[in-house]
Structures are given as C-alpha cells and as structure tokens.
Design a protein around this ligand. Structure first.
Ligand code: HEM
Length: 465
C-alpha cells in the first residue's frame, strides 16, 4: 500500500460530505468509471465533496470556479503537492519536479521551463511538422490507421528531440521502442491500478505485470545513464537542448545535478510530455471526424493559409485554436490538477480546512458545469470564439505555481500536427459509434485508439505545410 507522510494521514477536521458506498467500491468506480463516479457524487453532494479510496487519505474534490481560483491563486507556501505525487515515483523517480516542493521545486522549474516557451519553443515548429510528415509517410491510402498510436509516435519523437536535441541513431530508436512498450504497460484501467496501489507492485518475474515494468525501466535507465555519461566524458553540455541545459546548471551552492537527478527529470519530461499530447491529439482527430460541420469549417480555415505557411501562422488560426481548446475541455487529459495539501488553515467558500487536508481541483467537473458551458456534453468549439474563460473556469493544464510547464508547447504541437495531417490526408473514422474515455495510466484516452481509414491525399504529395 502507498505509504503516506505522517501529517497527511492525520487529517482531523470535519470534511465535507461525500459518497457513502464502501471504500473498496469507490476505489473500483474511481479507477474503472471515473467520470460516472464524479458526476454522481457532484449531483448528490454539490461542488465540494469528499472522495475516499483504498490506500489514500480522504480527498476533497472542488469544482466551483471560486474555490478553484482560491486554490490555484494561493501563495505557493499555503500548500504542498510533491508528497502525494508519490504514486508516480516508480516512473519519474524521487527527484522529479512533480515530487518537489518549496524552493527546490521553484528553482528546478526555472531551469526547465524556458525551452518550452517563446522563441526557443517556436524553433521546434518546423521539427514538429517534419516529424509529422515522416510518420504520415508510413501510411497507405486504403489502410486503417489507429490514430492514437500514430500520435504517440509523433509526440514521442518530438519530446525526445526537444530533450536530447536529436532523435536519430540507435540509442534513440531503442529508447523510443522501450518507452512505447513501457507506456503500454498501463493501457487498461486494471494495469493502471499498478500505479495507484503499492501492494500490487510485486516483482513475480519477467512475465508478471510489475516485473515486466521494472525490467523495461531498467533498460530505459541504462540508455539514459549511458547518454549522460557520454555527454559528461565529451564535455558536451553546451547545446540548446534540455539535457545540455540541465547538465550545465548548478544549484545555489554551486552543485551541478547528479546523474540520478538528471535521470528523474528526463523521465518526467519524456513521460509528462508524451502520452498527454498524444491523447489530446487522438481526441481532436476523433471529434473533428465525428462532426462533419467541424471538419468542414476547419478545412476551410486551413485553406486560407496558402502554400508555405509559417508554424506561427498556423498557431494563430482562431477556429483551430477553438477546436483544440474544446477538445481539452470536454475530456481533459487529466481529470484533476495535482492535489494541494493544506499547510496552514484555510477557508474556501465557507468550508474550513485544517493542515493536512488534501484538496483536488477537478478539471473534468469544472469543465462540465452547465452554468459555464451550456450543453457541456456537446462538442462546440464556438464556445471559445464567443467568450473568454478565466483560468479558474478552464484549466486543462492546471494553474498557479504548478501549472504544466509544457502547456504552450503542447498547444503548439497539437495545432501543427492537426494542420499538417489534415492538409495532406483525407481521413474517416473506421467506426462512427461514440467513443468513450478510458483510463490509461493517469490520462484519459479514447477507448479503442480511434482507428481511421486513410481515404485519399488532400494534396498531390505529403508535405510539411
Ligand atoms: C495536452 C498535453 C498536456 C496536458 C493536458 C497536461 C496537463 C498537466 C496538468 C493538469 C498538470 C498539473 C498542473 C497543476 O497541478 O496545476 C501538469 C503538470 C506538468 N506537466 Fe503537463 N500536460 C500536457 C503536456 C505536457 C508536456 C508537453 C510536458 C513537457 C514537456 C509536460 C510536463 C509537465 C510537468 C513537468 C508538470 C509538473 C509541473 C510542476 O509540478 O511544477 N506536460 N500537466
């Protein structure tokens, strides 16, 4: 079972009401049917309720914009987060950004954020389009292509490139293969449970789920450490890529990052930046092709771009932006932001919370409020053209001092990949039935992987637009 720090397990104050079903049932529902669980709890207990699951202390779920604003805008010293991200430690390690709090968290963020923003990020525009073309070149007209796996391949190559500055060569190919196999270890609600429950993490040999996971992790670690070692020997840490930046940085005492710290941060970026963006893209393809009027409108807008648009011109298209925003509203990739653990007493909308209380801003429930988003179950990009939402009404990337560092990068990547594929291929859904979200690790992905039929090229040849 996941071990929890002392102060968290001793939450004393009275918590808001919540579902009364036995904890084991709440746990199963929360993993297997999380959306139904959350919606039912909200309809019974309102905007603030307490959720209970096996191996975790009670968690207070928030979905009122005012409560979200108070939590996300609070002074970073009011809350901690890292200790409850322990369930991700087997993947990202104990030195990962997501496990840190306080000054160490802030300084690590300052170090790895710049490459994902501004000019440095925009420099990746051409690379994203080129990688998309490389992956599309493997498609054959008439064949069925599971779009989710194609998007995984694109987003993995892109993040490897951003992190290492290169994505070719034997080591990177091996890394790609291993990371793909590794992520597939969590491709069902059952296998995702491995991440949440420490007692399932048993190594019963290479064929047991956890044993397989550990062996793959060991192989990935070997490749990462070999890369770090090689760069140290060659003094090759002056590049613009993220690994180079991390290797040349020192902390306040003048100490550089150790190998294990570098490894943990690399895994954080590879894991955090890959499956999330791939799922978002898979959902976008699904919605665009499920709703012909959305597809037609988008294609019309893409036609206005001309022959050789700059990536920044693509990123500025209003309807494309609205489609991406609505994709992340209707099924946010993460149902919750990371939790915020109260450090000093706080009152939120009349509820008083003692230190140790765990608060979880719920992205999904806030995004499905009909007072903010009329007919919340309908996919309507126009919402984002008609009004602007505040960062506590719409927050697929969380907020405050822990807001996703890859936010701008992921949005840029989504737009460029969609524009490149849609300008080159005509696709149709192989199955037009409604696709439901399914848990894959910590993300919410489209069940079945969205198989699509490649019917024809939009243009004569595949090009990076
Ligand atoms: C569509 C794609 C993505 C979605 C929906 C997403 C969503 C999120 C969310 C909800 C959080 C928690 C924020 C909070 O608690 O306030 C987060 C944190 C984080 N994300 Fe993303 N993310 C995406 C892509 C990326 C990419 C591309 C990267 C890396 C390049 C990345 C790296 C991270 C990291 C390192 C954190 C931890 C930040 C911290 O603890 O300070 N994410 N993301």
């Amino acid at each position: 079972m996941t071990t929890l720090p002392e102060n968290i397990s001793k939450t004393v104050a009275k918590l808001p009401d919540g579902p009364k079903t036995p904890i084991i049932l709440q746990t199963i529902q929360g993993i297997a049917r999380p959306l139904e669980y959350l919606e039912k709890a909200r309809s019974q207990y309102g905007d603030c309720f307490t959720m209970r699951s096996l191996g975790f202390p009670p968690i207070v779920v928030l979905s009122h914009p005012k409560a979200i604003q108070q939590v996300l805008n609070a002074d970073p010293h009011q809350f901690t987060t890292g200790e409850l991200n322990k369930s991700l430690e087997p993947i990202m390690g104990e030195n990962s950004l997501i496990r840190l709090d306080g000054e160490r968290h802030a300084s690590q963020r300052r170090l790895i954020t710049p490459p994902f923003h501004g000019e440095r990020m925009r420099a990746y525009g051409k690379i994203i389009c080129d990688i998309t073309v490389q992956v599309m070149n493997e498609w054959t007209v008439g064949n069925v292509q599971p779009i989710h796996s194609a998007m995984q391949e694109i987003s993995l190559r892109v993040i490897i490139r951003a992190v290492f500055g290169i994505d070719e060569g034997e080591r990177y190919q091996k890394l790609r293969q291993l990371l793909t196999l590794w992520l597939n270890a969590f491709n069902s609600p059952l296998s995702s449970s491995l991440l949440f429950f420490g007692f399932l993490q048993q190594d019963w040999g290479a064929w047991s789920p956890w044993g397989r996971f550990l062996r793959l992790r060991q192989q990935i670690d070997q490749l990462l450490y070999a890369e770090i070692q090689e760069r140290r020997q060659q003094n090759h840490n002056s590049g613009e890529d993220i690994l180079s930046l991390m290797m040349s940085a020192c902390d306040v005492d003048g100490q550089p990052m150790s190998d294990i710290e570098l490894r943990d941060e690399l895994m954080t970026l590879l894991f955090g930046g890959h499956e999330t963006t791939a799922s978002a893209l898979a959902w976008a393809f699904y919605w665009i092709h499920q709703l012909p009027e959305v597809r037609d409108k988008l294609l019309k807008e893409l036609e206005t771009l001309g022959d050789q648009p700059e990536p920044t011109d693509i990123a500025r298209l209003p309807y494309l932006n609205a489609v991406c925003s609505e994709t992340l509203r209707i099924y946010p990739i993460l149902l919750f932001t990371f939790v915020r653990i109260v450090k000093s007493p706080i009152e939120i909308m009349g509820d008083h919370f003692e230190p140790g209380t765990i608060l979880a801003p719920c992205i999904y429930l806030t995004h499905h409020r009909s007072d903010l988003y009329p007919e919340p179950e309908q996919f309507k990009p126009e919402r984002f053209l008609e009004r602007q939402f505040a960062p506590y009404e719409y927050f697929p990337f969380g907020g405050g001092n822990r807001r996703c560092i890859g936010m701008a990068f992921a949005q840029f990547e989504m737009k460029l990949v969609l524009a490149t594929v849609l300008s080159n291929f005509k696709l149709v859904l192989a199955d037009t039935r409604k696709v439901l979200p399914v848990r894959r690790g910590i993300t919410l992905t489209p069940a079945g992987g969205v198989p699509m039929i490649i019917t024809s090229h939009q243009k004569g040849k595949q090009t990076s637009i």
